[in-house]
Design a protein around this ligand. Structure first.
Ligand code: PXP
Length: 270
Protein backbone atom coordinates (compact mmCIF):
# COMPACT_ATOMS: atom_id res chain seq x y z
CA UNK A 1 0.00 0.00 0.00
CA UNK A 2 1.70 3.26 -1.01
CA UNK A 3 -0.70 6.16 -0.60
CA UNK A 4 1.47 9.17 0.01
CA UNK A 5 0.57 11.19 3.10
CA UNK A 6 1.06 14.94 3.27
CA UNK A 7 2.22 16.76 6.41
CA UNK A 8 -1.30 18.23 6.69
CA UNK A 9 -2.85 14.75 6.77
CA UNK A 10 -0.33 13.21 9.13
CA UNK A 11 -0.84 13.17 12.86
CA UNK A 12 1.85 14.85 14.97
CA UNK A 13 4.02 12.20 16.59
CA UNK A 14 3.66 12.00 20.37
CA UNK A 15 6.11 10.37 22.76
CA UNK A 16 4.82 8.26 25.63
CA UNK A 17 7.38 7.28 28.25
CA UNK A 18 6.98 3.92 29.92
CA UNK A 19 8.29 4.19 33.49
CA UNK A 20 7.83 0.52 34.51
CA UNK A 21 11.52 -0.15 34.95
CA UNK A 22 11.98 2.67 37.45
CA UNK A 23 9.71 0.47 39.59
CA UNK A 24 11.82 -2.59 38.70
CA UNK A 25 14.86 -0.88 40.24
CA UNK A 26 12.90 0.28 43.27
CA UNK A 27 11.50 -3.20 43.85
CA UNK A 28 14.99 -4.71 43.78
CA UNK A 29 15.36 -3.26 47.29
CA UNK A 30 11.72 -3.43 48.38
CA UNK A 31 12.00 0.24 49.30
CA UNK A 32 10.40 3.46 48.05
CA UNK A 33 13.32 4.71 45.91
CA UNK A 34 13.44 5.49 43.00
CA UNK A 35 9.87 6.70 42.68
CA UNK A 36 8.18 6.14 39.27
CA UNK A 37 6.04 9.25 39.79
CA UNK A 38 9.20 11.36 40.09
CA UNK A 39 10.45 9.80 36.86
CA UNK A 40 7.12 10.66 35.24
CA UNK A 41 7.57 14.31 36.32
CA UNK A 42 11.06 14.41 34.83
CA UNK A 43 9.81 12.74 31.64
CA UNK A 44 7.04 15.29 31.15
CA UNK A 45 9.47 18.17 31.68
CA UNK A 46 11.85 16.58 29.15
CA UNK A 47 9.24 16.46 26.41
CA UNK A 48 7.11 13.37 27.00
CA UNK A 49 3.55 13.92 25.84
CA UNK A 50 2.23 11.21 28.13
CA UNK A 51 3.10 8.50 30.62
CA UNK A 52 2.64 4.79 30.12
CA UNK A 53 2.64 2.19 32.88
CA UNK A 54 1.91 -1.52 32.82
CA UNK A 55 0.17 -2.88 35.93
CA UNK A 56 1.04 -6.55 35.54
CA UNK A 57 -1.02 -9.23 37.24
CA UNK A 58 2.04 -10.32 39.26
CA UNK A 59 2.87 -6.65 40.18
CA UNK A 60 6.51 -7.30 39.34
CA UNK A 61 7.20 -3.61 38.76
CA UNK A 62 4.35 -1.07 38.85
CA UNK A 63 2.11 -1.37 41.93
CA UNK A 64 -1.48 -0.38 42.54
CA UNK A 65 -0.22 2.56 44.61
CA UNK A 66 1.94 3.68 41.64
CA UNK A 67 -1.14 3.75 39.44
CA UNK A 68 -2.95 5.87 42.06
CA UNK A 69 0.01 8.28 42.16
CA UNK A 70 0.47 8.39 38.36
CA UNK A 71 -3.24 8.93 37.77
CA UNK A 72 -3.26 11.86 40.20
CA UNK A 73 -0.03 13.32 38.78
CA UNK A 74 -1.02 13.13 35.11
CA UNK A 75 -4.43 14.57 35.93
CA UNK A 76 -2.76 17.49 37.75
CA UNK A 77 -0.40 18.09 34.83
CA UNK A 78 -3.13 17.65 32.22
CA UNK A 79 -1.21 14.87 30.46
CA UNK A 80 -2.54 11.50 29.34
CA UNK A 81 -1.93 8.31 31.31
CA UNK A 82 -1.85 5.18 29.20
CA UNK A 83 -2.53 2.12 31.37
CA UNK A 84 -1.20 -1.10 29.88
CA UNK A 85 -3.24 -4.03 31.12
CA UNK A 86 -4.05 -7.67 30.54
CA UNK A 87 -7.57 -8.60 29.48
CA UNK A 88 -8.77 -9.79 32.90
CA UNK A 89 -11.70 -8.90 35.12
CA UNK A 90 -9.34 -7.57 37.80
CA UNK A 91 -7.57 -5.20 35.40
CA UNK A 92 -10.84 -4.12 33.83
CA UNK A 93 -12.15 -3.16 37.29
CA UNK A 94 -8.97 -1.19 38.07
CA UNK A 95 -9.16 0.63 34.73
CA UNK A 96 -12.82 1.46 35.27
CA UNK A 97 -12.04 2.79 38.75
CA UNK A 98 -9.28 5.09 37.45
CA UNK A 99 -10.62 5.92 33.99
CA UNK A 100 -7.18 6.74 32.55
CA UNK A 101 -7.00 8.65 29.28
CA UNK A 102 -6.17 5.38 27.52
CA UNK A 103 -5.91 1.68 28.21
CA UNK A 104 -3.68 -0.50 26.06
CA UNK A 105 -4.73 -4.16 26.19
CA UNK A 106 -1.73 -6.46 26.04
CA UNK A 107 -1.22 -10.21 26.22
CA UNK A 108 0.38 -11.32 29.48
CA UNK A 109 2.03 -14.53 30.53
CA UNK A 110 3.53 -14.83 33.99
CA UNK A 111 6.67 -16.60 32.80
CA UNK A 112 7.53 -14.00 30.11
CA UNK A 113 10.28 -11.45 30.73
CA UNK A 114 8.42 -8.74 28.81
CA UNK A 115 5.37 -8.53 26.53
CA UNK A 116 6.62 -11.01 23.99
CA UNK A 117 4.06 -10.82 21.21
CA UNK A 118 0.90 -9.01 20.26
CA UNK A 119 -2.61 -9.69 21.46
CA UNK A 120 -4.47 -12.36 19.46
CA UNK A 121 -7.52 -10.22 18.78
CA UNK A 122 -8.61 -12.36 15.82
CA UNK A 123 -8.61 -15.53 17.93
CA UNK A 124 -10.08 -13.99 21.10
CA UNK A 125 -12.79 -11.71 19.76
CA UNK A 126 -15.39 -12.87 22.31
CA UNK A 127 -13.04 -12.32 25.24
CA UNK A 128 -11.74 -8.94 24.12
CA UNK A 129 -14.89 -7.31 22.69
CA UNK A 130 -16.74 -6.91 26.04
CA UNK A 131 -13.69 -5.34 27.72
CA UNK A 132 -13.22 -2.93 24.81
CA UNK A 133 -16.93 -2.08 25.04
CA UNK A 134 -16.94 -1.43 28.80
CA UNK A 135 -13.78 0.72 28.69
CA UNK A 136 -15.13 2.73 25.76
CA UNK A 137 -18.44 3.23 27.57
CA UNK A 138 -16.45 4.66 30.52
CA UNK A 139 -14.77 7.17 28.19
CA UNK A 140 -11.39 5.42 28.07
CA UNK A 141 -9.55 5.41 24.75
CA UNK A 142 -8.88 1.77 23.93
CA UNK A 143 -5.70 0.61 22.28
CA UNK A 144 -4.81 -2.97 21.33
CA UNK A 145 -1.16 -4.03 21.28
CA UNK A 146 -0.86 -6.25 18.22
CA UNK A 147 1.63 -7.57 15.72
CA UNK A 148 1.57 -5.67 12.41
CA UNK A 149 -0.45 -8.48 10.88
CA UNK A 150 -3.36 -7.57 8.55
CA UNK A 151 -5.58 -10.21 10.21
CA UNK A 152 -5.02 -8.72 13.67
CA UNK A 153 -5.43 -5.15 12.39
CA UNK A 154 -8.78 -6.03 10.78
CA UNK A 155 -9.84 -7.80 14.00
CA UNK A 156 -8.88 -4.75 16.10
CA UNK A 157 -11.03 -2.62 13.83
CA UNK A 158 -13.92 -5.11 14.04
CA UNK A 159 -13.78 -5.19 17.84
CA UNK A 160 -14.19 -1.40 17.97
CA UNK A 161 -10.77 -0.28 19.26
CA UNK A 162 -9.85 3.39 18.79
CA UNK A 163 -6.14 2.66 18.48
CA UNK A 164 -3.74 -0.12 17.54
CA UNK A 165 -0.23 -0.14 18.96
CA UNK A 166 2.00 -2.07 16.58
CA UNK A 167 4.61 -4.28 18.26
CA UNK A 168 8.05 -3.13 17.09
CA UNK A 169 9.95 -5.70 19.18
CA UNK A 170 10.79 -8.17 16.41
CA UNK A 171 12.01 -5.40 14.09
CA UNK A 172 14.13 -3.68 16.77
CA UNK A 173 15.70 -6.96 17.87
CA UNK A 174 16.55 -7.89 14.26
CA UNK A 175 18.28 -4.50 13.83
CA UNK A 176 20.25 -4.91 17.08
CA UNK A 177 21.34 -8.38 16.05
CA UNK A 178 22.17 -7.25 12.50
CA UNK A 179 19.84 -9.84 10.96
CA UNK A 180 18.76 -9.43 7.32
CA UNK A 181 15.05 -9.95 8.20
CA UNK A 182 15.06 -6.41 9.62
CA UNK A 183 14.03 -4.92 6.26
CA UNK A 184 11.08 -7.27 5.82
CA UNK A 185 9.99 -6.70 9.43
CA UNK A 186 10.15 -2.95 8.86
CA UNK A 187 8.04 -3.22 5.71
CA UNK A 188 5.46 -5.17 7.70
CA UNK A 189 5.30 -2.32 10.20
CA UNK A 190 4.97 0.29 7.49
CA UNK A 191 2.28 -1.59 5.63
CA UNK A 192 0.48 -2.40 8.88
CA UNK A 193 0.44 1.28 9.84
CA UNK A 194 -0.97 2.23 6.43
CA UNK A 195 -3.66 -0.45 6.61
CA UNK A 196 -4.69 0.49 10.16
CA UNK A 197 -4.88 4.19 9.28
CA UNK A 198 -6.95 3.40 6.17
CA UNK A 199 -9.48 1.67 8.47
CA UNK A 200 -9.71 4.82 10.60
CA UNK A 201 -7.65 3.49 13.50
CA UNK A 202 -5.14 5.73 15.29
CA UNK A 203 -1.76 4.03 15.02
CA UNK A 204 0.89 3.79 17.75
CA UNK A 205 4.06 1.74 17.93
CA UNK A 206 6.31 0.48 20.68
CA UNK A 207 8.59 -2.10 22.21
CA UNK A 208 12.35 -2.33 22.05
CA UNK A 209 12.85 1.08 20.40
CA UNK A 210 16.26 2.65 20.95
CA UNK A 211 18.32 5.47 19.40
CA UNK A 212 19.25 3.21 16.49
CA UNK A 213 15.71 2.21 15.52
CA UNK A 214 13.67 5.28 16.44
CA UNK A 215 14.37 7.24 13.26
CA UNK A 216 13.05 4.57 10.88
CA UNK A 217 9.98 3.96 13.03
CA UNK A 218 9.24 7.66 13.52
CA UNK A 219 9.41 8.21 9.76
CA UNK A 220 6.32 6.01 9.25
CA UNK A 221 3.90 8.85 8.50
CA UNK A 222 0.71 7.25 9.88
CA UNK A 223 2.09 6.88 13.39
CA UNK A 224 0.63 9.18 16.04
CA UNK A 225 2.52 7.92 19.10
CA UNK A 226 5.59 5.96 20.14
CA UNK A 227 5.79 4.32 23.57
CA UNK A 228 9.34 3.83 24.78
CA UNK A 229 10.59 2.58 28.13
CA UNK A 230 13.36 0.08 28.83
CA UNK A 231 16.08 1.62 26.66
CA UNK A 232 15.52 5.10 28.10
CA UNK A 233 15.56 3.94 31.71
CA UNK A 234 18.80 2.09 30.93
CA UNK A 235 20.27 5.09 29.15
CA UNK A 236 19.33 7.26 32.13
CA UNK A 237 22.02 5.42 34.10
CA UNK A 238 24.63 6.90 31.78
CA UNK A 239 23.27 10.30 30.77
CA UNK A 240 20.31 11.00 33.07
CA UNK A 241 16.64 10.56 32.25
CA UNK A 242 16.11 14.14 31.12
CA UNK A 243 18.94 14.02 28.57
CA UNK A 244 17.99 10.54 27.35
CA UNK A 245 14.40 11.59 26.66
CA UNK A 246 15.41 14.88 25.04
CA UNK A 247 17.72 13.01 22.66
CA UNK A 248 15.00 10.48 21.78
CA UNK A 249 12.53 13.30 21.18
CA UNK A 250 15.03 15.13 18.95
CA UNK A 251 15.67 11.97 16.88
CA UNK A 252 11.93 11.40 16.45
CA UNK A 253 11.26 14.98 15.44
CA UNK A 254 14.19 15.03 13.01
CA UNK A 255 13.00 11.80 11.37
CA UNK A 256 9.52 13.24 10.92
CA UNK A 257 10.90 16.48 9.50
CA UNK A 258 13.00 14.50 6.98
CA UNK A 259 9.91 12.58 5.85
CA UNK A 260 8.26 15.87 4.87
CA UNK A 261 11.38 17.52 3.51
CA UNK A 262 11.93 14.59 1.13
CA UNK A 263 8.57 13.60 -0.37
CA UNK A 264 10.25 10.69 -2.18
CA UNK A 265 11.26 9.09 1.11
CA UNK A 266 7.81 7.55 1.63
CA UNK A 267 8.11 5.80 -1.73
CA UNK A 268 11.78 5.02 -1.18
CA UNK A 269 10.84 3.17 1.97
CA UNK A 270 8.09 1.33 0.06
N1 PXP B 1 4.24 -0.66 24.40
C1 PXP B 1 3.77 -1.75 25.04
C2 PXP B 1 2.36 -2.16 24.77
C3 PXP B 1 4.56 -2.47 25.96
O1 PXP B 1 4.06 -3.56 26.56
C4 PXP B 1 5.86 -1.99 26.23
C5 PXP B 1 6.70 -2.69 27.25
O2 PXP B 1 6.09 -2.64 28.49
C6 PXP B 1 6.30 -0.84 25.56
C7 PXP B 1 5.49 -0.21 24.64
C8 PXP B 1 7.66 -0.27 25.80
O3 PXP B 1 8.64 -1.19 25.42
P1 PXP B 1 10.14 -0.94 25.83
O4 PXP B 1 10.17 -0.93 27.33
O5 PXP B 1 10.86 -2.10 25.25
O6 PXP B 1 10.56 0.37 25.26
Amino acid sequence: MSVRITPQQAPPLRLGINIDHVATIRNARGDAYPDPARAAEVAMLAGADGITAHLREDRRHISDADIDALAALTRRRGRPLNLEMAVTLEMEAIALAHKPHAACLVPERREEVTTEGGLDVAGQHNRIAPVVGSLKAAGVRVSLFIEPDPLQIAAAHAVGAHVVELHTGAYCLAVREGRPEADALFNRLREGAALAASLGLEVHAGHGIDYETVSAVAAIPELAELNIGHFLIGEAIFTGLDAAIRRMRALMDAARARTWADPESQEAAA
